[in-house]
Design a binder for this molecule. Structure first.
Ligand code: PBG
Length: 333
């Protein structure tokens, strides 16, 4: 007549729910990706990412201060240069927009937060690929590694604490580590985009960085159908010296994130990418989803799946919501 098991007992009120809640999201877990564009005097909105902008150098400094005050764990910088060329010269130029912005942010908040840099050529090349091309137009892995090694140095010199190689070239972590070590940057860390998938969810990012890409990245980014490959990529990156590893995107790869988190001996990050942001914002904008509840549930899910660190465009807003709240009620509305 009576059920012999009653799991509802542990959900009966907020106090008991708080006591048994397993997963927390704290501001320190969140990293804010930011875009800084060369040659603009006012921030430019990104239409497919409502609420996100391409910063001027000046507005980026202010955004960095706001993020640090909100308690976020770090910032990930992406540059949007005015000029592009075949080898992505702007990436290694000390006066390239990303390196200038790294200097600015390092001077402003470098002692108070973790400054990360996207170590990838796609924002800087005129063909939009993450590497340099060979004579037949294919992405040339090993000459790209030489460019990454130079780019890593420029970023470390500019004050980046953590480099995020996101180009999915074979051997990129080792090439960057060797370059850093040979030049005395022994304390500059590498957060490897180990399992980065060729995902449709990067769509809005292409607008955010004025991407020049024709075609796709399928010869270097992973096939969304493959889970085991992510474990291989992670193992290789750990062997090459990655200090942290990442799975990207987050929400459509939570199973992969869980497997990587189980097998990794270093902290694991997940990147909640532009399309994940935009689809929730679009639904919120239509009145179909509650913003706070949906965003916090998405972040909680990514943490529950195994992410120590979450890169998210909501980092500052979420950090403000989360300060002082208990996790068990984080997702409730
Ligand atoms: C490559 C890079 C991309 C993103 C981060 N780094 C784009 C791509 O691989 O096509 C996507 C991030 C996002 O969608 O939010 N430098």
């Amino acid at each position: 007549m009576y059920p012999s098991h009653r799991p509802r007992r542990l959900r009966r009120n907020a106090a008991v729910r708080r006591l048994v809640s397993e997963t927390t999201v704290e501001p320190r877990h969140l990293v804010l990706p930011v875009f800084v564009r060369e040659g603009i005097t006012e921030p430019v909105g990104i239409s497919s990412m409502p609420g996100v902008v391409q910063h001027t150098r000046d507005s980026l400094r202010k955004a960095a201060v706001e993020a640090v005050e909100a308690g976020v764990g770090g910032l990930m910088l992406f540059g949007v240069p005015q000029r592009h060329d075949a080898v992505g010269s702007g990436a290694t130029d000390p006066n390239g927009i990303l390196n200038l912005a790294l200097r600015d942010v390092a001077a402003e908040v470098g002692d108070d937060t973790v400054i990360m840099a996207d170590t990838c050529l796609d924002e800087f090349t005129d063909h939009g690929h993450c590497g340099v091309l060979d004579s037949r137009g294919n992405v040339d892995n090993d000459s790209t590694l030489r460019r990454y090694a130079e780019m890593a140095l420029a970023q470390a010199e500019a004050g980046a604490h953590v480099l995020g190689p996101s180009g999915m070239m074979d051997g990129q972590v080792e090439a960057i580590r060797e370059s850093l070590d040979a030049n005395g940057f022994l304390d500059t860390s590498i957060m490897a985009y180990s399992a980065k998938y060729g995902s449709a969810f990067y769509g809005p990012f292409r607008e955010a960085v004025d991407s020049q890409l024709q075609g796709d990245r399928k010869t270097y980014q992973q096939d969304p159908a493959n889970g085991r490959e992510a474990l291989r990529e992670t193992a290789l990156d750990l062997d090459e010296g990655a200090d942290m590893v990442m799975v990207k995107p987050a929400m459509s790869f939570l199973d992969v994130l869980g497997r990587v988190a189980e097998s990794s001996s270093v902290p694991v990050a997940a990147y909640q990418v532009s399309g994940e942001y935009s689809m929730i914002e679009a639904a919120v904008g239509n009145g179909w989803l509650d913003r706070r509840g949906t965003v916090l549930e998405s972040l909680t899910s990514i943490r529950r799946a195994g992410a120590d660190i979450v890169l998210t465009y909501w980092a500052v807003e979420a950090a403000k919501w989360l300060s002082g709240t208990s996790s068990s009620e984080q997702g409730s509305t």
